[in-house]
Design a protein around this ligand. Structure first.
Ligand code: GRF
Length: 205
């Protein structure tokens, strides 16, 4: 069966990558296959998750490159050599420049741990997102999967899922709930939706 070739870019624990791997095994992610994982950090446990599941893994530490463009050129070189058709940013902490985005226009999706347009954009990532939500006193937060364009967290929204904030939540407790009840559910679903659409377009060519 023809499947979309997926590359997942990571920087951390890889729990969202794990959700994609589990969905693949469960048959809910069936129109795409994770062929490549690229980490921007050697210490990312996501690399171990890739290896444990027989997925080709590359480590491209940003600090090994003189500038952003050299770093992105290396990413693109790997992605082209692996035939990646859809790029999934899963806990990837580096903002990609228009140079990279142009190479994969409308082929990059990202998981963000809030209900965009709340708590997103420059400087809103990881725990900081949940800290801001708690400081603002919102009663509902959640996660968003969106296409990536030149505006950080500004691309077309694909899926969102809401999560209740509880009275004694700390940023860590809230982050965990958002990951479990939102991120890990909507990222595989969004991936499957986009792969299905890309396959349809491919067959129509
Ligand atoms: C999570 O907070 C997620 O919301 C964000 O990156 C963090 C780590 O994700 N996208 P992961 O465990 O590396 O997938």
């Amino acid at each position: 069966m023809l499947k979309i070739n997926i590359a997942v870019l990571v920087s951390g624990s890889g729990t969202n990558l794990q959700a994609l791997i589990d969905a693949s095994k469960a048959g809910t992610l069936k129109n795409g296959e994770i062929k490549t994982v690229i980490s921007s950090k050697e210490t990312a446990y996501a690399l171990q998750r890739a290896k444990d599941n027989g997925i080709k893994a590359y480590c491209v530490p940003k600090r090994d490159f003189p500038d952003q463009q050299a770093f992105e050129r290396r990413l693109i070189e790997i992605l082209k050599s692996e035939g990646a058709e859809l790029i999934v940013l899963a806990g990837f902490t580096i903002i990609l420049s228009p140079y990279f985005i142009n190479e994969y226009r409308d082929r990059i999706i990202n998981i963000h741990p809030s209900l965009i347009p709340a708590f997103c954009g420059e400087g809103f990532y990881g725990l900081k997102v949940h800290q801001a939500a708690l400081e603002r006193g919102v009663k509902v937060t959640g996660a968003t999967v969106h296409f990536v364009n030149e505006i950080p967290d500004g691309g077309k929204i694909i899926l969102q899922r809401a999560v209740n904030v509880k009275d004694n939540d700390t940023p860590e407790i809230l982050q965990r709930r958002v990951m479990m009840k939102a991120e890990w559910r909507i990222l595989p679903k969004a991936c499957e939706m986009v792969c299905k659409q890309l396959l349809k377009e491919k067959k129509a060519e």
